[in-house]
Design a protein around this ligand. Sequence first.
Ligand SMILES: Cc1cc2nc3c(=O)[nH]c(=O)nc-3n(C[C@H](O)[C@H](O)[C@H](O)COP(=O)(O)O)c2cc1C
Length: 421
Amino acid sequence: MTVKDSVPSDAVFVKDRLDRDGCSVTSVLMQDQDKTIVFEDLDGQRAVGNRFSTREKIAAAMNIPSDGIVNHILDAVAHPKPCEVVEDPSFRQVEVERDLTKLPIPKYFPEDGGRYISSGVIVTEYNGMKNMSFHRMMIMGPDSIAVRLVPRHLFTLRRMAKEKGEELRVSICIGAQAEVLLAAATSMDFGADELEVASSMHCIGHGSPLKVGRCDNGLLVPADTDYVLEGRITLEEATEGPFVDITGTYDFERQEPVIRIDRIWSCKDPLMHVLLPGGWEHYLLMGLPREPMILKSVRQAVPGVKNVRLTEGGCCWLNGVVSIKKNKDGDGVNAILAALSGHTSMKQVIVVDDDIDIFDDREVEWAVATRMQADRILRIPGAAGSSLDPSSHGKNTWKVGFDATLPLDADPALFKKAKLN
Ligand SMILES: Cc1cc2nc3c(=O)[nH]c(=O)nc-3n(C[C@H](O)[C@H](O)[C@H](O)COP(=O)(O)O)c2cc1C
């Protein structure tokens, strides 16, 4: 099932002709981020946005309950499952003219460096090491793209290839299933097979493995993908940016690698997945897969951890909340340290007792207001943080943790919320 086949029945269909360069896609997507929007005429072609903009939509696509996503990801990372290789993958139904400038890929904000692929997942393999991860990609010309590589796994594979003077073959997937998108955004061990993790999620939710098909460059990619672009990360670099990223602010220009595209495939009647930068869908696809890693890290330090959440106010990336059942008075501080190391881009975490609903921002602030004094704020200087945080501008960052849990010997009568029975 490609994105095209999984558009929900309450999706909004925009029939007006929109222009790729006028940022009009952005203004439509921003109006109602809950709703899936299908653009019927984006310069003559079709696109879809806000596809996975709520936890409920992601869970529905994976056929699991929405409060089970975090454990679903953890389970799949621990138990990857083989994919099923198919001979007739949907993405190979049409060979598209090799001209990126003709695809329905928009410019999102006026000062962006150009039109951007915002939902692209890059699949690669080098010396037997596999990787699959999301990357923003700026269209430079008919067959060239500048790609932003934060120093993580794809960056490392590219560096290994570059040191040998070699290009790195890649396949860029746009419009893959929810399981693939979550696996691509989850941080795993270097070389882990992220497609097999997606397959494990698919087995649990749908009772069958993930289907994959082979590209001409030899790489296996999710079969049910609307567009697949085969190419190479070359030895060249070019200016990439500016681009509005997850914080809703313009990330600055950098010199980044250039990808040359050799072949473009699509399914019949494809829908280009236009992911709103800094929108809810961006928050969730990038932030949600970090929650299992935070949970795992905190669970090792504080077995009584109940729940974790990256908050929308912190762009589902920079700020988090953790609830715990304390056994020792130091558990609050240990939970802060473990949470920060479970997601190194996070710079603020609030730890609360397990009677607090961490999905209710007012209740979390109420816990901070009524259960702690500033002597329980932990400040940590000189840590590496997110390159996307404009306040650190790519340099080291301060981390801060609020231990808003009650001391074990606190008098409950002073702190309980009054109820009418
Ligand atoms: C919508 C979206 C856009 C992203 N853009 C980028 C990007 O431009 N560059 C980057 O390095 N990571 C980006 N990421 C984050 C990586 O895909 C993510 O950190 C992934 O876990 C990295 O894979 P790795 O752990 O295998 O290195 C993005 C994630 C999402 C969901």
